[in-house]
Design a protein around this ligand. Structure first.
Ligand code: ADP
Length: 376
């Protein structure tokens, strides 16, 4: 027979145990007091031993009998009550110890698991009660902690790898000049160019790492943001870059304001990253279209391009940190593989979602959906 969920809880079991104890010892107590009283009634009358018993009137004798019986009842009740307290304390101690034993097991297992040993799990196998739920929640938490630690480790490895590349380039070029017997002005000039590029890459990487960690979380910078104005600024800023790559940049937005609540600077950064990619990964003579519309309760910003597109497998990963589809093309364009990860972080910090639709060879379309802000 399947027990209902509440019948499996510790709370229910404890209640049942306590009711059983109360019924058992309450009944024993009543029987004991009754037996004792019966004994005193059937045995030789106690009051007859009273020194004044012989010289009393019937009414006084009746009073004497009553007070003697009452006194007996009080004594037996007190003894019984003391007995019940002792039994209750011993029973409670034993019962709670029995019930809380699994908690002890869970807590000693939990104490064994440290930040360096996140692989262990409690794996509690027992009835589906509060303890099991506690242990399962703890295991879930460990699972999340472990993957967060792993992700952090991977992030540090990727970031140091990214930093190592420009450092290695700079070191090699310095060594080459050092090996020259008489380096000339041209050698130094070339070295300075390389060092400048390497420093530029490192400073861009550190800016991006900072952007990624900040996202749009700093609420002190939040205000009502008009997304139409943000798009105007982005397109104005990206115009020269697009023109240099012979790409036409078009903006389509409604005339009325579309407002969201957030950090205007990081919002601009998110859209700028998308437009920057749309230009970078485009073909010569291609186009980029930036548009915005209101789909209540959302504000939708879309960046479409006529570039080479992204395969379905890569679409799943382009928002991951340091992920690049074409590493050499990205590096050649000064990319660090963090642009889309920054977009996702900023958009999600604003309670929104970013997605990509793309067909290889036909171009891509990135879409940001943000909650509309309606003034109160
Ligand atoms: P990166 O610094 O390399 O540009 P991003 O995180 O911005 O890093 O983008 C990740 C990868 O996604 C890029 O390396 C590129 O291969 C691909 N990608 C991003 N945007 C586009 C786009 N509009 N068209 C084609 N590929 C793109």
């Amino acid at each position: 027979m399947r027990l209902p969920a509440f019948a499996k809880t510790l709370r229910f079991k404890l209640t049942l145990w306590y009711v059983a104890i109360i019924i058992l010892f309450g009944a024993l107590f009543l029987v004991a007091v009754n037996l004792a009283m019966q004994q005193s009634v059937t045995g030789p009358p106690v009051f007859l031993s009273h020194p004044m018993a012989a010289s009393q009137t019937p009414t006084e004798i009746y009073r004497l009998v009553r007070s003697t019986q009452l006194g007996l009842l009080r004594n037996y009740s007190l003894i019984g009550f003391a007995g019940l307290v002792v039994i209750g304390a011993v029973g409670g101690h034993f019962l709670s110890g029995r019930m809380l034993k699994p908690v002890d097991r869970v807590s000693s297992l939990a104490a064994r698991i440290s930040s360096t040993n996140l692989k262990e799990r409690i794996g509690y196998e027992g009835p589906d009660d509060e303890i099991k739920r506690l242990a399962d929640t703890f295991d879930d938490m460990l699972e999340r902690l472990e993957s967060a630690f792993e992700a952090q480790k991977q992030f540090i490895q990727d970031a140091s790898h990214e930093l190592r590349t420009p450092i290695a380039i700079a070191q090699t070029n310095i060594e080459v000049v050092e090996m020259e017997e008489r380096p000339g002005a041209r050698d130094y000039k070339r070295l300075i160019e390389v060092l400048k590029l390497s420093l530029d890459r490192m400073s861009k990487l550190s800016d991006n790492l900072l952007l990624l960690s900040e996202g749009g979380n700093d609420r002190s910078r939040w205000s009502v943001v008009d997304m139409s104005a943000v798009l105007d600024e982005v397109v104005e800023e990206a115009y020269a870059q697009a023109a240099a790559a012979h790409i036409s940049l078009e903006l389509e937005r409604p005339s009325e304001g579309m407002h969201i609540m957030g950090d205007p600077l990081s919002m601009k950064q998110a859209v700028l990253n998308l437009v920057d990619n749309a230009v970078k990964y485009n073909r010569r003579g291609g186009w980029v279209k930036v548009s915005a519309r209101s789909e209540h309760p959302l504000v939708i910003v879309q960046v479409e391009d006529s570039g080479g597109g992204i395969s379905e497998t890569d679409q799943q990963r382009v928002f991951d940190r340091f992920y690049r589809v074409d590493k050499s093309r990205s590096r050649a364009q000064g990319g660090s593989g963090l642009g889309l990860a920054i977009v996702r972080k900023i958009v999600e910090d604003h309670g929104g979602l970013v997605s990509v639709h793309s067909t290889l060879g036909e171009g891509s379309s990135f879409r940001i959906a943000l909650p509309h802000h309606t003034p109160v």
